[in-house]
Ligand binder design. Structure first.
Ligand code: ZN
Length: 506
């Protein structure tokens, strides 16, 4: 094919992809509006508007003309294109295949079960009635297994579900990683408990006016480099990062007057996600190549700031005085060292979203093991609550007294999102591995943080991660940035060193 023709076909593809991306942006703004400022009365009409837009998006995604353009390009030699162009073609192909391979009735049933499932789950959680939610879960496992057969017929059903969030990840690879992590963390958590040492974190409780918390969150988000000309921060029930475009990134948090650290850390976490969005490659903002790579890599960016930076000692050294200035009635006599210990307390608890850095992965491994056995049939839905509670007791030494505190706590399964949970811990591992490389590249990171220079961190992440978009697979990216693919031992060693020191073990 003469090269001018190829260029023309590629240009047509780009126009199609940009249009779809822009409609997706409209959906993003509508979703943000729904979560942040929409009056309750608007819920029904908004649901219908979003369903209508989802229908338009789906039609655009399965347009045979789009399929034609892709098939004309995908069989050519990659070296006829730049890396960016080839990535857009590859991504368009993956998306098109996924959208067209699933029968329409199945797509519809999954969508319907998702919206009904959410309501049933919310009520079941409130009333502690797992049996009301069980039929939804049973149906979802059947539907998501069928979905997997269509989407990725060559894969095990659960692997196909994993692949949606972390492409390339499989049970064969993940199980030994999690097994090893579990074997290292459980004894460490137990030793901490047996040490009897309980760092004082009582000074984190108090009466912290919301306007002051908001001003503090804003200023730290700004210090991290969040661009408020291309983003904003609001309040929602569950903190999230959304919006319509990398030039319009909306992050949210929530406030409790009794505790300022929770909302502040939500701000830091969501700012980490927001910086990834704002840092995407400027030339291709409406194309797949600039999109964040995977769910785990996205999470690595929020956890990088939350865990590796804000839970580090240098951050406490830098910000203690600021905290005291904003809340003069509290934190009197508190040292940077005691603040650091207080925000790194390890205390097994029932609820994942409230879990600390060390016990969090155990919550994830528990869910992974349960999902895997639901898909391979070794666990029946009716036995799920007991399996959950047994594992909780075995791993963390605590047993939930209700399913509200156990198997009903997370929203994910109510929408059929299986295979999602591992992204959180894979993200923590990536964050740690990236951090380990950054401190080699920039030797005086602790001193810089103590002096308030967070810009160097953002720049490093912009260059190494954000601007790479989807040019590489997660393994290729990790190798390019750190010299090796995902290496869980880096994470394990980091946790052991940090918590052995804090709790005076060994
Ligand atoms: Zn996150």
């Amino acid at each position: 094919m003469p090269s001018d023709d190829i260029k023309d076909i590629y240009r047509q593809l780009v126009r199609k992809l940009e249009e779809r991306c822009r409609l997706g942006g409209v959906m993003g703004v509508m979703h943000w509006d729904q979560e942040v400022i929409m009056p309750h009365g608007g819920a029904e009409s908004r649901a219908m508007q979003m369903a209508a837009l989802a229908g338009v998006l789906h039609e655009k995604s399965v347009d045979p003309f789009l399929g034609d353009l892709i098939s004309k390009l995908i069989n050519l030699e990659p070296d006829e294109f730049t890396g960016v162009e080839w990535c857009n073609i590859r991504e368009a192909k993956r998306e098109f295949d996924l959208e067209t391979k699933i029968p329409k009735e199945l797509v519809q049933e999954i969508a319907e079960l998702g919206s009904r499932g959410h309501q049933v789950w919310a009520k079941a959680r409130e009333e502690n009635r797992f049996e009301d939610f069980a039929p939804i879960l049973e149906r979802f496992i059947i539907l998501k297994s069928k979905w997997a057969e269509h989407a990725f017929p060559e894969m095990e059903p659960y692997d196909a579900n994993l692949d949606i969030y972390e492409r390339g990840m499989t049970m064969d690879r993940l199980s030994p990683i999690f097994e090893n992590l579990k074997n290292e963390l459980i004894p460490l958590i137990r030793s901490i408990k047996n040490s009897g040492m309980k760092p004082d974190d009582s000074f984190l409780e108090g009466d912290f006016p919301i306007d002051k918390q908001e001003a503090l969150g804003n200023s730290i988000s700004r210090d991290m480099g969040f661009n408020f000309d291309k983003g904003r921060m609001d309040v929602s029930v569950h903190p999230f990062c959304g919006g319509g475009h990398p030039t319009d990134v909306r992050i949210t948090t929530r406030y409790r007057t009794e505790n300022f650290i929770e909302s502040l850390f939500a701000v830091i976490h969501e700012t980490g996600h927001g910086l990834y969005e704002q840092g995407r490659m400027a030339a291709c903002l409406d194309l797949p190549v600039s999109e964040p790579l995977t769910m785990a890599v996205h999470e690595s960016q929020s956890l990088f700031w939350e865990r590796m930076i804000a839970q580090g000692k240098s951050f406490s050294i830098r910000y203690l005085d600021k905290f005291k200035e904003v809340f003069p009635d509290f934190l009197k006599g508190v040292s940077a060292d005691s603040l650091f210990r207080a925000i790194n307390v390890c205390r097994p608890s029932f609820i994942r979203v409230e879990a600390d850095e060390l016990t969090y992965p155990v919550h994830i491994i528990l869910r992974y093991e349960i999902e895997k056995s639901l898909f391979d049939g070794t666990l029946k839905v009716k036995d799920l609550p007991d399996a959950w509670n047994d594992k909780m007791e075995e791993y963390l030494g605590i047993r939930p007294s209700t399913d509200t505190l156990g198997a009903l706590q997370d929203v994910h399964w109510s929408g059929g999102a299986f295979g999602y949970f591992p992204s959180y811990t894979l993200g923590a591992m990536y964050a740690c591995q990236f951090y380990n490389k950054m401190i080699v590249d920039i030797k005086d990171i602790p001193e810089r943080i103590e002096q308030g220079d967070l810009a160097c961190i953002k720049t490093w992440l912009n260059e190494n991660i954000h601007r790479q978009g989807r040019l590489y697979s997660p393994d290729q990216l990790a190798e390019k940035v750190t010299g090796q693919i995902l290496e869980p031992d880096i994470f394990i060693n980091y946790l052991k060193t940090k918590y052995n020191t804090i709790y005076g073990l060994n």
